[in-house]
Design a binder for this molecule. Structure first.
Ligand code: NAD
Length: 299
């Protein structure tokens, strides 16, 4: 089975390396020459272009930043052939980028119209998860295509969940990250309120982590130093999951909220707060650092 892996950035390169290490025949490409050089230096087979990598490929995996990049690469731009045109007939297209649900559905439709199969398979777990092959994959597409992709996804991740039909992997990702954003803000507000009331961080942690306030934003990503030694708060909010990425994902949530008409006041407020956070130095800090903005904005 011939696999093309396109997009060798922070996430894509370690994912492609893990696929190759599991014994698959992988050819990588990135539009940034430096990324191709790094990949080659890391022992990955690389191609001269995306369509070179994908010509005759049975599986085409993409790990780009945006939906527009995915759709452009599938279709080709400026009259040039796209990935759909050159892949083997009936190839399986797996897009692991985090993009909008409607963009993912458009990618599925293009693949299907070209006689191919396709899955949306965004991930969580970050660069560390990509390097250690412990990513979680949220997958949208048919049962058959999911089962075909499963061994490949399992070579790059630890949890692989079939969320439903086309676009529903992206739907799961956007919903999960909206919960995460809202809960991280709620935990931060509670710590600042506790500070003002004279409550120690440790005491609040000991109570809430064993009570109904328990959540990942508290017990893993605790926004104050001390209670959870591995949380980003203990290393000056080095990410982790950067504010810029949370802001990007909340932009996709906002898009989905307005497309569906859902009354998501908390999600929209989180979207607004993280847009402000990411406009400043929060862009490169962990998203739990929003506690510092909340503290600074408190009278
Ligand atoms: P990145 O910018 O490091 O990598 C994306 C790469 O895609 C870039 O190197 C870019 O040059 C390349 N690219 C764009 N168009 C291309 C094309 N047509 N052909 C070949 N290469 C092309 O981004 P990343 O951090 O690796 O993230 C990738 C995706 O994963 C994003 O959608 C992001 O939201 C999502 N994600 C990232 C993280 C994270 O922690 N970084 C975690 C979960 C999900």
């Amino acid at each position: 089975m011939k696999i093309a892996f396109l997009g060798l950035g922070h996430m894509g390169l370690p994912m492609a390396k893990n696929l190759a290490a599991a014994g698959h025949e992988v050819t990588g490409f990135d539009v940034m020459p430096a990324a191709v050089d790094t990949a080659r230096g890391a022992g990955l087979t690389t191609a001269e272009s995306g369509t070179d990598a994908a010509t005759g490929a049975d599986v085409v995996i993409t790990m780009f930043q945006t939906g527009a990049q995915v759709l452009d690469a599938y279709r080709g731009t400026d009259g040039a052939a796209g990935l759909l045109e050159v892949a083997a007939s009936g190839a399986l297209f797996i897009d692991c980028s985090t993009i909008a649900v409607d963009e993912a559905r458009a990618a599925h439709a293009l693949a299907e119209a070209a006689g191919h199969r396709s899955l949306d398979a965004p991930v969580s777990g970050g660069v560390v998860g990509a390097e250690n092959a412990t990513l979680a994959f949220m997958v949208g597409g048919t049962d058959e295509d999911f089962e075909a992709a499963r061994p490949l996804l399992e070579a790059m991740g630890r949890r692989v969940v079939h969320c439903g039909g086309a676009g529903l992997g992206q739907a799961a990702k956007v919903c999960n990250n909206m919960i995460l954003a809202v809960s991280q803000i709620a935990v931060a507000e509670a710590f600042v309120l506790g500070e003002r009331l004279g409550l120690s961080h440790q005491a609040l942690f000991d109570v809430a982590s064993n009570a109904s306030g328990q959540c990942w934003a508290l017990t893993t990503n605790c926004p104050v130093p001390g209670p959870v030694p591995t949380s980003p708060a203990n290393r000056d909010y080095q990410p982790g999951f950067a504010g810029a990425l949370m802001n990007k994902d909340l932009g996709l949530a906002e898009h989905a909220i307005s497309a569906t008409g859902v009354e998501a006041r908390m999600g929209m407020l989180a979207r607004e707060m993280y847009a402000q956070y990411a406009a400043g130095e929060g862009a490169s800090q962990d998203f739990s650092g929003i506690i510092n903005t909340i503290r600074a904005d408190s009278a």
